[in-house]
Design a protein around this ligand. Structure first.
Ligand SMILES: CC(=O)SCCNC(=O)CCNC(=O)[C@H](O)C(C)(C)COP(=O)(O)OP(=O)(O)OC[C@H]1O[C@@H](n2cnc3c(N)ncnc32)[C@H](O)[C@@H]1OP(=O)(O)O
Ligand SMILES: O=C([O-])CC(=O)C(=O)O
Length: 377
């Protein structure tokens, strides 16, 4: 009877639970965070307001925002143990490895002070405050540059750029960066968030969930694609070579990074907003060549496969123009997504059922053990 079992490879199309946090709707091509269209949030809200919304279910009042910002800004400084860890990790390690290891250390430091027991929400806000500092410290360390201390007078997005570059860019750049963070913050049961929920379902701790989620995000079929887009652009070189490059790549069965999506089959709802942010950066940095390459590959992919870009396609070149190192792109994604991951971790534990699917066994039939070597005797 086993041949009648329906296998849902990759859990494609399977609804495994409910969530109040966000809805990704492929029919209407929309993404809502707690009911609000993400495009409106990107146009009207700071990243702190969006983070608060994801955790609390409502946008903050002025007083609530003031209190939330004060807590976040007060926890930006890295402990010496975390700074030492970043400095000691070999630079051959990917920045996602550094981030994953640093979050693991932060988890160990949380439990070192049992009198200081914080709720998962409080731990989430602390992670939210710390991740930009880790990412910025690591990028600067790799260039042999001194770290730049956080500034409590700056909002989250501005301070992230300040700590990375040691100067504040023009408002155009800050806006584009803030928009990218809002768009990256949450996307229902994507692979990394589902990973965090699996960890949550065993009643493990929040930092373990985030460490596991960082591991899942790193892969090029998920968050790692924003870095891979820049590798593709470097390989192609210029717009006039895009079509021929794509023909070769598809002929050798390569997946084209930054294109396609498990849920959206008609284009990613977030791409128009991020593309507008990229356009503003292209104008600001006067890089029409990059836009030409972007457009040429998008058109060629549309003609060849009718597959559309996902959010990683415009985000990669946007971060490149801002001056981030390519391997830092996915850690930025992680810093934004820690809001969604932790909101899901908390939601999973509030309505928990251990996540443990079944599999259909296809290995050898039962057989007796007949050791051919020395055996036990
Ligand atoms: C923020 C994010 O994480 S968004 C996702 C970022 N990831 C990427 O950009 C990586 C590239 N994209 C992909 O690999 C895929 O589109 C995924 C993994 C995102 C989604 O994949 P799935 O839902 O499993 O679709 P699947 O891989 O079955 O693709 C369906 C068909 O489209 C093709 N296809 C889908 N995406 C691509 C792509 N990027 N390049 C080439 N072909 C593609 C597949 O080869 C397949 O063709 P076939 O039916 O002829 O075999
Ligand atoms: O939803 C997904 O599968 C991937 C994605 O776009 C995201 O995590 O932002």
């Amino acid at each position: 009877m086993t041949d009648q079992i329906e296998i849902h490879k990759g859990l494609a199309g399977v609804v495994v639970d409910t969530t109040d946090i966000s809805s990704v709707n492929q029919e209407t091509n929309s993404l809502l965070y707690r009911g609000y269209p993400v495009q409106e949030l990107a146009a009207k809200c700071s990243f702190e307001q969006v983070a608060y919304l994801l955790w609390h279910g409502e946008l903050p009042t002025a007083d609530e925002l003031e209190g939330f910002e004060a807590v976040e800004r007060g926890q930006r400084a890295l402990r010496p143990e975390v700074q030492a860890l970043i400095e000691q990790t070999p630079v051959s390690g990917h920045p996602m490895d550094v981030l994953r290891t640093a979050v693991s250390l932060l988890g160990a430091l949380e439990t070192r002070f049992p009198d200081d027991e914080r709720s998962d929400y409080e731990k989430s806000v602390r992670l939210f405050a710390q991740l930009p500092a880790i990412v910025a410290y690591d990028q600067r360390h790799r260039h042999g540059m001194d770290p730049v201390p956080a500034r409590e007078d700056l909002d989250y997005a501005s301070n992230f750029l300040w700590m990375t570059f040691g100067e504040l860019p023009d408002q155009t750049v800050i806006d584009a960066f803030r928009v990218s963070l809002v768009l990256y913050a949450e996307h229902s049961f994507n692979a990394s968030t589902f990973t965090a929920r699996v960890v949550a379902s065993t009643l493990s701790d929040l930092h373990s969930g985030v460490v596991a989620a960082i591991g899942a995000l790193k892969g090029p079929l998920h968050g790692g694609a924003n870095e891979a887009v820049m590798a593709t652009f470097s390989e192609i070189g210029s717009a006039d070579r895009a079509e021929a490059w794509l023909e070769d790549a598809l002929a050798s069965k390569k997946k084209i990074m930054g294109f396609g999506h498990r849920v959206y089959k008609n284009g990613d709802s977030r791409v128009p907003t991020m593309k507008a942010a990229l356009d503003s950066l292209v104008d600001y940095y006067n890089r029409p060549d990059l836009l030409e390459l972007y457009t040429a590959l998008e058109q060629a992919m549309g003609d060849a496969k009718n597959i559309k870009p996902n959010l990683d396609y415009p985000s990669g070149p946007a971060y490149h123009l801002m001056g981030f190192d390519t391997p830092t792109f996915t850690p930025i994604f992680a810093a934004a997504r820690v809001t969604g991951w932790t909101a899901h971790f908390i939601e999973q534990q509030a309505h928990n059922s251990l996540i443990r699917p079944l599999s259909q066994y296809t290995g050898p039939a039962q057989r007796g053990v007949r050791p051919t070597g020395r055996g036990l005797g």
